[in-house]
Structures are given as structure tokens and as C-alpha cells.
Design a protein around this ligand. Structure first.
Ligand SMILES: [Zn+2]
Length: 228
């Protein structure tokens, strides 16, 4: 199955991810929408408000597209209370079905999510909504279950910024909006590069004043992950 949204790289920057606008979902019988729970979004104030709003807009879009496909919802689930009703898999049942699954920001620790992903089967479609880091954590889990990236639709919440992997101390700083940014681990000022690791769900951060210690350029906002 070829997804209408191919996760390609942005021209000129080989490793930076590019997430085209979604106009339709891939054709499938079973859909799982894994959504980062709004309660697990970080921060307060305007930035947090923007992130919640973007998350909600992504959810509304997917809801509309599922409606257009005539898909029926099967009981939703949250990480703390997995669904008891399984998605039917019988071949005689041609109805399109979907389930929403709220996950906190630790999808790797969620066995029930792995179960829900395996439930949609190889012909299923996984929609992932959350921070870019969250999206790739879930995508990596799903790939371990045999799903292909073409069977996934990713809607990262740009307002949640970037996770940045410090190449000096290996610490990941979360939700970084500006570059340079101080590393949460070693405190060095890092240039937030566009080089993105799918495995880590994070961008590389490299000491910005390595050659001229103490010379820190003014901060600039990093480009949002949604390029179109
Ligand atoms: Zn560091």
C-alpha cells in the first residue's frame, strides 16, 4: 500500500524530515490513531496553548477524513485503561473500522499500544499525532511489528519544537524551540542542526562555540517540522 503522504526528505537537507499536508488517508480496512495525550504535553502559557491547539486541529482533520471513508469507531482506549473490545478481523466484515488510542509521552513503555498496533494487521493504517519525537517513537515501535512507513501517516505538532541529541554528552534536551540552546545534560550551548535521527526521534546538537569559546551568536527560532 502506498501512502498519499510519503515521508520524504526536504530538498537540500538530506536527513531533515518533511511531512506533506494530508488530503486523504491510505485505503485500509483497519485504522489505529495513536495520539499523544493532551495531558502529557509540556509547559504552560502561550506555547503550550499553541501545541494543544495544533494537536486538536490534527485530530479534527483525521476525524473528518475517517468520516469521509465511512469508517466506524470501535471503543477508544487510553494508556491507563486499554480497550477491552478488539477490532474485528474477520474477512467477511468489509466495514472500515478505526480506534483512537491516547498515549502519554512514553510510548515505548506501553505494551497495550504494541497490542493495538498488531491488531490492525499488515493491511492496516497507523495514524500518529504528537510531537515529532513521539511520532518517531511510535513509528519505530510499529516497524518492529512489521508495519511499513508507507502504512503510516504522521502528523507532528510543530509547536512542540525539536528533541535535540547532544553529541558531546548523549543527553536529549526536549522541546527545543531556539538555536543555539543550552544542553540539559552538560550545559554547553548547542547549535541545533537539521540532521535528524529517526531512531532517536531527535536532531543533532553540536557545541556552537567550539572554535571560539564564549562566542555565542543570537538565538534564532528553529524551523518547524511541518514544511508544507
Ligand atoms: Zn550535552
Amino acid at each position: 500500500m502506498k501512502s498519499p503522504q510519503s515521508s520524504s526528505v526536504t530538498a537540500g537537507i538530506r536527513s531533515r524530515q518533511h511531512y506533506p499536508r494530508i488530503e486523504a488517508l491510505p485505503d485500509a480496512q483497519r485504522y489505529l490513531v495513536a495520539c499523544q495525550s493532551p495531558e502529557s504535553l509540556p509547559g504552560t502559557g502561550e506555547a503550550a496553548g499553541n501545541a494543544r491547539q495544533q494537536l486538536q486541529m490534527h485530530c479534527q482533520l483525521i476525524s473528518t477524513l475517517l468520516d469521509q471513508l465511512g469508517s466506524h469507531e470501535v471503543g477508544g482506549a487510553v494508556q491507563s485503561a486499554p480497550a477491552t473490545e478488539a477490532l474485528p478481523t474477520g474477512p467477511a466484515d468489509n466495514a472500515r473500522l478505526h480506534r483512537w488510542y491516547d498515549v502519554d509521552d512514553r510510548p515505548k513503555a506501553c505494551d497495550a499500544l504494541v497490542g493495538a498496533i498488531s491488531e490492525i494487521g499488515v493491511a492496516g493504517c497507523l495514524v500518529i499525532i504528537g510531537s515529532e519525537h513521539f511520532v518517531w517513537q511510535v513509528a519505530n515501535l510499529a516497524q518492529q511489528q512489521g508495519l511499513l512507513l508507507d502504512d503510516m501517516v504522521m502528523l507532528p505538532v510543530a509547536a512542540l519544537g525539536r528533541h535535540v541529541f547532544c553529541v558531546h554528552c548523549q543527553q536529549v534536551s526536549e522541546h527545543v524551540i531556539h538555536s543555539p540552546a543550552a544542553c540539559d545534560g552538560c550545559g554547553l550551548m548547542l547549535e541545533v542542526r537539521d540532521h535528524f535521527s529517526k531512531r532517536l526521534g531527535a536532531y543533532m546538537g553540536v557545541r556552537i562555540d567550539a572554535e571560539a569559546p564564549g562566542e555565542i551568536p543570537p538565538q534564532e527560532e528553529v524551523a518547524p517540522c511541518l514544511a508544507s
